[in-house]
Design a protein around this ligand. Structure first.
Ligand code: T4K
Length: 411
């Protein structure tokens, strides 16, 4: 453990001048790293082959392993999750408007906006944090080309109902599965839903290729278009068949992916253990609930997210975050303030109120997990939260004083 246990009186909290529990920052998403020697050996082979990118042997091996794991016909590896979303939307022929949730990482909206497709934000179901299919229908206009669901925290959208809506209105359907690698829904691996799904393998994701991502699909034509578009539109030497971009995954990234795949179960087990420990460590704190994962499904437990209901909690989400940051626990407010409140979207008129989204963005806090976070670390984080909640009035006053001090300094 990198820190000490924070128990006893709140005066021990760093907010009141005590030493931070953690000497070094405890991040929400330190990268999970598989066997370094195996990775180094793969890199040696890569140099021997003198093949560094552009559909190399490691990329092809990774794609076929991922397709098998996700039980899907095609997997197209790309350089990051944002590019995966862009290529997916373009390859599916989407234009005009796409209905998507605002409660997601801003990359989901940016990927569409960047290529001239307008994101139309839909409210979420507060029980699942995912796009509310009942609210999708009222946003459909003559400009709508598709619905983009996001499997937030790795918990699947209501795929079946969204499929029904898409079918009724002749719309495309695809998914941002950036959080949902190695998760299942209705006992099927996420990856084969809608026309296509887009994954992120960013360093902070539970499975990473440094930077990277993939598009998965069961549609042969969508797959062929994605492959072409990833490589400038080339369909053969000197033969460009469509608009394209450079979305290629390099061989070092694919080598990292192959190495991390070998350690996947360890990553999942560690995340599951941490989640279990947070669950017991935070039990019974009024107003605080831990986001749970569906029983009986495969799950990566990538995110440990707490929801703080200010009407029953002694401290607000932001007060709790201030306490944790003072202890060097860098909890994150994913996905505050919601895409619709960020530029360039915030000046636009909403087509429908985002009441549940606005409520949720004020309540969620992501806590550190992953293989860099030990059981002792989790116990210490839970101890800080419990201690802060036990003397909320003093904590609230200290946070207010710190904030007032910061404001005065800024002037
Ligand atoms: N769709 C969704 C739903 C997504 O969540 C994302 C990405 C995307 C699409 C786009 O996929 P990519 O194009 O990124 O592949 C992070 C990640 O950068 C982002 O990938 C992720 N979602 C998002 C939820 O979280 P930040 O701004 O919080 O990243 P950053 O770099 O501050 O990292 C988070 C923590 O991890 C920090 O506290 C520091 C620590 N860290 C980070 C890196 C990069 C490390 O310890 N080591 C590292 O190497 O967005």
């Amino acid at each position: 453990m990198k820190g000490r246990q924070t128990t006893g009186s709140t005066s021990r909290l760093a907010l009141f001048g005590g030493n931070p529990t953690f000497e070094a920052a405890l991040h929400v998403g330190r990268p999970n790293v598989g066997d370094r020697e195996r990775f180094a050996r793969r890199i040696d082979v890569m140099f021997d082959r003198r093949w560094l990118t552009n559909n190399g042997a490691y990329v092809r091996e990774l794609e076929s392993r991922l397709a098998r794991l996700l039980d899907v016909r095609h997997c197209i590896a790309v350089c990051n999750g944002t590019t995966a979303l862009q290529i997916m939307a373009k390859a599916c022929g989407f234009d005009g408007e796409i209905i998507m949730p605002s409660f997601t990482f801003v990359a989901t909206a940016h990927a569409l906006e960047w290529q001239g497709v307008t994101p139309v934000f839909c409210d979420i179901d507060p029980a699942t944090h995912n796009i509310d299919p009942a609210k999708v229908e009222e946003l459909i206009t003559s400009e709508t080309s598709a619905i983009l669901g996001v499997h937030v925290w790795g918990r699947a959208c209501d795929v079946e109902t969204l499929e029904g809506v898409a079918l009724r209105h002749g719309l495309g359907l695809c998914f941002d599965a950036a959080h949902a690698f190695a998760c299942s829904t209705a006992s099927r691996m996420i990856g084969g839903g809608g026309l296509a799904e887009a994954f992120s393998f960013h360093a902070t994701k539970f499975f990473n290729t440094f930077e990277g991502g993939a598009i998965t699909t069961n549609d042969d034509q969508v797959a062929a278009r994605c492959r072409r578009m990833r490589d400038f539109g080339f369909a053969g030497i000197d033969r460009v068949e469509s608009l394209g971009i450079n979305g290629k995954m390099n061989e070092a990234s694919a080598a990292m992916g192959l190495t991390n795949l070998e350690a996947l179960q360890t990553f999942i087990d560690t995340n599951a253990r941490n989640h279990r420990l947070y669950r017991s460590g935070l039990e019974g704190i009024p107003g605080l609930t831990l986001v749970l994962y569906p029983q009986g499904e495969q799950c990566n437990f990538q995110y440990v997210v707490i929801e703080i209901d200010e009407s029953t909690s002694a401290l607000s989400r932001d007060e709790l975050q201030a306490v944790l940051h003072a202890e060097n626990v860098l909890a994150r407010r994913y996905f505050f303030p919601g895409c619709h409140r960020m530029p360039p979207y915030r000046d636009r008129v909403l087509q429908a109120p985002l009441t549940e989204t606005d409520r949720l963005t004020g309540r969620t806090l992501a806590l550190p997990t992953g293989t860099a976070v030990t059981a002792e670390d989790v116990a210490a984080v839970c101890g800080i939260i419990r201690l802060a909640a036990s003397d909320a009035a003093a904590v609230r006053a200290a946070v207010a004083a710190t904030t007032a001090g910061d404001t005065a300094l800024a002037r």
